[in-house]
Design a binder for this molecule. Structure first.
Ligand SMILES: *Cc1c(COP(=O)(O)O)cnc(C)c1O
Length: 481
């Protein structure tokens, strides 16, 4: 299997080459040359693998379709090491829970940081360690986080040989729980940099360092952001696991509703559907930051400025543009790299928008690819959390609440099971749960008292040079390492 850029670059690459890379050389995102097809026979084999051997085996079989430069025995061992009941809380790894007629929740948030990003990031940590050892290389991951991504990355990379993490976050702006999760890590290879500024300052620092090509090469700076293909691929697996749990035969269909920000999670659903998994609809649920809902309703993709990006109570979906969206548009346009490049490389940077409403292919987004969308507001979130608690005795987090609200609107016929992906546990967003229910959500036992643990964090001004100096002090240059 070879990988191509969405912007038409001539290079073709293997999985392990794009694993450690970010964007393609032309600024595009990597996608497989084609989607391997899973027919009814193959799906029956996968069903059996999940039931009899578990999630790790399912992951191994799906990943094998896309990875031909890691020996099968090694890939199998990496999957087995990643998807364990110890790390993810249950043997099913992603159990389904019934909510109400035909509506299900798929639990993706029982990993180390209680958000779905662990599903992919835990595998990425093991893949990085494996590939870096094989190459005799090191990697210094520099990132910016306002919460979920940074902690998922740190818990995935802690203690891994060959990898260091330098994670910037806005000083004093994350919830006490999120700060405690990250800052209580005592691993030598994890560095928390609390920047005196806002999230955008952190992102600007990461960009500035990445644009210093000499520094980047000397210190082997890399990222783990959501455009990494390996993360997306790892997420494809739980769409299969959700389908298998909700059905008994391959003639049945299911739909998914996915709380969405950067379009990474739901893009994995698109890939699963392209492989032939019997998915009826893929419903994109947004919060007040409705870039994606607007596109699927109107055909206009309009990125937002900082002033138009709302701070909401489902903060992990507060995005101004959807960094993975280019992958779907490339498929929608019949995999035309030149047209994708014209939209994402020219129209968007110039006008901040593009308009496909007059494009006959836009109708395919719903008809051929199953996409629908909806949005939710703070008031909807509170009402949905309260309603689920009162009627079902289930407390859901704010992002999952956006999903459930939108799912109900798209599940009127009730025939095809609708699976809502649970993207975080409520304890991460306790303030809003208290607002909705009048009491705090349950805290998993392993997080009892984490706010009181000693913290390992360096506070510094929003100054690129000071961040660079910190990195220099804490890592041997690549040449020596
Ligand atoms: C990251 C995140 C999302 C959004 O996922 P995308 O892949 O960016 O669409 C939704 N909910 C939670 C809790 C998240 O952490």
């Amino acid at each position: 299997m070879l990988y191509v850029s969405t912007r038409g670059h001539a290079d073709r690459k293997h999985f392990c080459d794009i694993l450690l890379e970010g964007l393609a050389p032309d600024g595009g995102l990597y996608l497989p040359e084609h989607y391997p097809k899973v027919d009814a026979r193959a799906l029956t084999r996968l069903r059996k693998a999940y039931h009899e051997q578990g999630y790790a085996e399912l992951a191994f079989q799906i990943l094998s379709l896309y990875i031909d430069d890691i020996p099968a025995a090694d890939l199998k061992a990496l999957c087995a090491k990643t998807y364990t009941a110890e790390v993810f809380g249950t043997g099913e790894i992603v159990p389904l829970r019934h909510l109400e007629d035909g509506l299900w929740l798929e639990a993706l948030s029982n990993g180390p940081t209680l958000a779905f990003k662990d599903m992919a990031m835990q595998l990425l940590g093991n893949l990085f360690e494996y590939e870096l050892a094989r190459r005799g290389e090191q990697l210094n991951i520099l990132g910016a986080t306002s919460g979920d991504t940074g902690s998922a990355a740190e818990y995935a990379m802690r203690g891994k040989a060959g990898v260091r993490v330098f994670m910037t976050s806005p000083h004093g702006r994350m919830s006490a729980f999120q700060q405690a999760q990250m800052f209580s890590l005592q691993d030598e290879n994890i560095h928390n940099l609390a920047i005196e500024g806002v999230f955008d300052d952190c992102q600007d620092i990461v960009k500035a360092v990445s644009n210093d090509h000499a520094f980047k090469a000397k210190y082997k700076i890399g990222t783990v952001n959501s455009i990494n293909w390996a993360r997306l691929l790892a997420q494809v697996v739980y769409y299969f696991a959700g389908y298998i749990q909700a059905t008994e035969s391959n003639t049945q269909k299911v739909s998914f509703t996915v709380p969405s920000g950067n379009f990474g999670n739901v893009c994995a659903g698109h890939v699963a559907r392209m492989m032939g998994l019997p998915i009826a609809k893929l419903v994109v649920a947004t919060n007040e930051n409705d870039v994606l809902d607007e596109f699927f309703r109107t055909g206009v993709y309009r990125v937002r400025g900082a002033a138009d990006t709302h701070e909401t109570s489902s903060p992990s979906m507060d995005i101004s543009k959807a960094s993975n969206f280019e992958r779907f548009i490339f498929d929608l346009l019949g995999r035309n790299g030149q047209r994708t490049k014209a939209l994402f490389g020219a129209a968007l940077p110039t006008y901040g928008r593009f308009d496909l409403s007059a494009e006959p292919l836009f109708a395919d987004a719903a008809k051929k690819y199953g996409f629908e969308s909806g949005k939710s507001t703070h008031a909807d979130r509170l009402a949905t959390i309260k309603d689920n608690y009162e009627r079902h005795g289930v407390t859901i987090d704010t992002h999952t609440a956006d999903g459930v609200k939108v799912a109900r609107e798209h599940h009127k016929d009730g025939k095809v099971p609708m699976i809502v992906l649970e993207t975080a546990l409520p304890i991460k967003f306790a303030e809003t749960i208290v607002e909705a229910l009048g009491h705090a959500p349950e805290r998993p036992a392993k997080f009892a008292g984490i706010e009181d643990l000693p913290k390992r964090v360096q506070v510094m001004p929003a100054d690129v040079e000071q961040v660079k100096a910190y990195i220099e002090r804490h890592c041997a240059p690549a040449a020596q390492g």
